[in-house]
Write a new protein. Structure first.
Length: 666
């Protein structure tokens, strides 16, 4: 019987090639779109999901309550990891982790610039990355330890084995010994780096991390197999109370989030990580379902529209004894066969479209030919599509009365027409929802692109500072200002798109002892306000004409509200036990993503070693000439370092990479 139905189905499809082609193409396009979105969603869930100890590996986050205002973030105290490990027996391992700018590495007359971060000794045993050479437990155990990837080992020394014990000079300042070589990180790891240096070295370079109340690095913990995660979270929650005394207006709590969850859940709501990229995953899951529904509704409408052409066939079948149940399964079988044809075409379309989809999403998505789970899922999707698309036509067609059909008095009922019209209306509703969603996302992205940040990001460059550019910055600045196309230069400890280091070590006249403010801090150079084109509300910029500025401060509006001075210029301010005065108030500007509220900010002059980037203002239309001039200046002044630069607007756009991709996908 099944064989007979299959032959009849194929004959019907062949006899009605145009109808079959339209139905198959419609279904295949809907399925192809859904499959592409499914591949993207699957890839999103794979990111950071393969840590060997993922169920026990957590990242510590901070939840701060300041005057009733709650904020959250991943920056933690520099001393936290070791203290947690020492005080809480349920914690098996802990490590601190710090990001830096790409570092210049040199060895054997070769120079490369690579992403270089800092991590504590437990890092490799916690995260389980494959070690090709060396011992993961001791790889980061000394001040001069550096671990490198297979790629870096091959570039410098030819092979991982040859790299062991060799010396790499970082930033032409410190020699580090290669103690381990790890396998190149897979594309499913969100935190990309090529080198890791012992975290204690970072602590030595940044002595402010030695004081509780200052935050910046990340903290990870690995709990013991027998430990209960909820119990450890309760122990960690008020851990800081011993080191940073809470007050009526301020307190800090610690929370735990699985390290594997951070990629999709990194947006904080009420101080807890509860959103992020997972919202895009949910959005596009719904979009994939809607597209598939539209394709299925097309199938239903086309099938029921042809009902009169199948009426005689159904009438004859019923007269010779065919039961309705068998007819239903025949029509559902036809739709399942069509869905299988559509699936074959959809897979071919996906394979053809995948290179363009990779460019669109900026993801290294591969078609999972050998992943049996994927094939089970799409076969299930095909079955669901076939059943959904064929269910109503099967019920509708199998209900025909044979007498009316054979007497040629059959006409579709009013309920059938209303249902088909309802399906069409439903299609339009879904389409309108998708169009409105796309318009909304596009407008959001356009808003992000065009919004005023409080500084001018056009014609602004970031040049990483290294070598003589640090020790002889005044000479570099003077020479650069003579180059064509350059109008102003200053420097910063971090790029202005990601100022995240915070401190509570702030004092001022009349301060309530119970107030413990959390304030973001950054080291900047002279002429910073004018170079960035910030708006001064009162006071002045840092200037070499005022030698005392090395102890003075510029704050933003939000910080002024926190401090409470009515006439702030010239008033006392003490930060990190360094007494000075407020010389300027700048209008609030965004120094993080627009997703984050503007926080209190204090700007200070610091020692040369604290600066990471030069901010260079170029003249409109002469940016290329300015870059060429800076490159030549780097070769003459800083020959041991590779010259690099970044555009401020491109660095800003990176903050919204996910939003941009979402707009493109929509």
């Amino acid at each position: 019987m099944i064989r007979n139905y299959l032959k009849i189905t194929i004959r019907n499809l062949w006899r009605n090639k145009r109808f079959a082609s339209i139905n198959i193409i419609g279904l295949s396009l809907g399925m192809a779109c859904s499959l592409l979105i499914l591949l993207w969603i699957t890839d999103e869930y794979k990111i950071d999901a393969s840590y060997p100890n993922s169920e026990r590996l957590f990242q510590v986050y901070t939840r701060a309550i300041t005057n009733g205002v709650v904020s959250g973030g991943y920056s933690t105290a520099g001393l936290l990891s070791e203290e947690l490990k020492r005080q809480i027996p349920e914690i098996q391992e802990a490590c601190s982790y710090a990001f830096t700018q790409p570092a210049t590495l040199s060895a054997k007359d070769k120079i490369f610039s690579e992403a270089t971060n800092y991590a504590s000794a437990d890092y490799f045993s916690m995260f389980g990355y494959q070690i090709l050479e060396g011992d993961p437990k001791s790889a980061l155990s000394t001040l001069t330890s550096i671990t490198i990837s297979r790629k870096v080992a091959a570039a410098f020394f030819g092979s991982p084995a040859a790299a062991m014990g060799k010396v790499i000079r970082v930033e032409n300042q410190t020699n580090y010994t290669v103690t381990a070589v790890f396998e190149d990180l897979p594309p499913t790891v969100s935190d990309r780096f090529e080198c890791l240096i012992n975290y204690s070295s970072f602590m030595q370079q940044n002595d402010w991390l030695q004081r509780w109340g200052n935050s910046g690095p990340f903290t990870f913990i690995l709990i013991r197999p027998t430990a209960n995660a909820g119990h450890v979270a309760s122990l960690v929650s008020r851990f800081l109370d011993t080191y940073v005394k809470p007050s009526a207006s301020f307190r800090e709590e610690l929370g735990l989030q699985r390290a594997s969850d951070k990629y999709l859940h990194s947006t904080f709501v009420n101080g807890y990580p509860s959103g992020g990229r997972i919202e895009y995953v949910r959005l596009f899951s719904a979009i994939a379902l809607f597209i598939l529904l539209i394709a299925c509704i097309n199938f239903m409408n086309l099938s029921t529209a042809r009902s009169t052409k199948r009426a005689l066939e159904i009438g004859v079948r019923k007269v010779i004894g065919a039961r309705r149940g068998l007819l239903i399964w025949q029509f559902i079988g036809e739709s399942l066969l069509l869905a299988c044809f559509a699936l074959t075409l959809a897979v071919a379309l996906v394979i053809l479209a995948l290179p363009f989809f990779i460019v669109l999403t900026k993801k290294n998505i591969q078609f999972p030919y050998g992943d049996w789970i994927f094939w089970v899922v799409i076969l299930g999707l095909t079955g669901f599509t076939g059943l959904l698309a064929g269910s109503y036509p099967a019920l509708f067609l199998s209900a025909f009365k044979p007498i009316r059909v054979l007497k040629n008095t059959f006409t579709p009922g009013t309920s059938s027409l209303l249902f088909r019209k309802g399906l069409v209306v439903f299609q339009f509703v879904i389409s309108i929802i998708l169009i409105v969603t796309t318009i909304f996302i596009t407008r959001q992205i356009n808003f992000v692109r065009s919004t005023q940040l409080g500084y001018d990001r056009e014609n602004l460059l970031y040049v990483p500072l290294s070598g003589n550019f640090i020790s002889r910055f005044d000479v570099f600045k003077s020479a650069a200002l003579q180059l064509p196309g350059i109008t102003a230069i200053s420097k910063m400890s971090e790029p202005p798109t990601d100022l995240s280091n915070s401190s509570q070590d702030l004092d001022w006249d009349g301060k309530n002892p119970g107030i413990v403010p959390a304030i973001t801090q950054a080291a900047v150079g002279y002429d910073f306000v004018s170079t960035m084109k910030l708006q001064l509300l009162s006071g002045r910029d840092f200037s070499l004409q005022f030698p005392g500025d090395s102890n003075n401060y510029i704050i933003n509006e939000t910080a002024l509200k926190e401090i409470g001075y009515r006439d702030p210029i010239g008033r006392r301010l003490t930060f990190w036990n360094r007494k000075g005065s407020i010389i300027g108030i700048v209008k609030d500007f965004h120094f993080q993503s627009l997703h984050e509220a503007i926080k209190p900010l204090i700007l200070r002059i610091a020692s040369p070693e604290e600066y990471a980037v030069a901010v260079v203002r170029t003249r409109n239309g002469l940016t290329r000439e300015a870059i060429e001039g800076l490159g030549k200046l780097s070769k003459s002044m800083n020959p041991q370092f590779l010259f690099s630069y970044a555009f401020a607007d491109e660095e800003y756009a990176k903050l919204y990479k996910s939003d941009e991709i979402t707009g493109s996908l929509s």
